[in-house]
Design a protein around this ligand. Sequence first.
Ligand SMILES: [Cu+2]
Length: 161
Amino acid sequence: MTALLTNAARFLALSLLAGVSFCALAETRVDDAWVRTTVPGQPASGAFMRITADTDSKLLSVSSSVANNVQIHQMSMTNDVMHMGPVDSVPLPAGKTVALDPDGYHVMLMGLNGQIKEGDQVPLTLTVENAKGVREAIEVKAPARGMMDSMDMGHDHGSMH
Ligand SMILES: [Cu+2]
């Protein structure tokens, strides 16, 4: 680990000295991605993560080999009534971390091909578009976690659909 860090620091220092522009590496970061485990026969689940784009961008779509239909949903409250529905995109303002969590935007995995079990690594492909219209595909492996690990024990996603 120390060696790795040292090498990374050396690379960074050398790159800075050499005048390498890190703008060329402009990209969107995805942290703490996870997918909720399912019980056998359950048709849908949710994927959650934190996304940080370094330029104004938007999340256009998500796909996964474990589900036939992946949608981006938004949860919202209007007059004390909770609504959930698909959105065209999620704004990703430059440098701001946007959370996809069970109470806001989230990724719905619908038409699951099988049960999602604890510890599964669920592949997700995020398509992000920056302000110039350039699209970037981001591959994420999201570990599957059970309900008990999440903080929203009361929110039963399955019944909302
Ligand atoms: Cu949803």
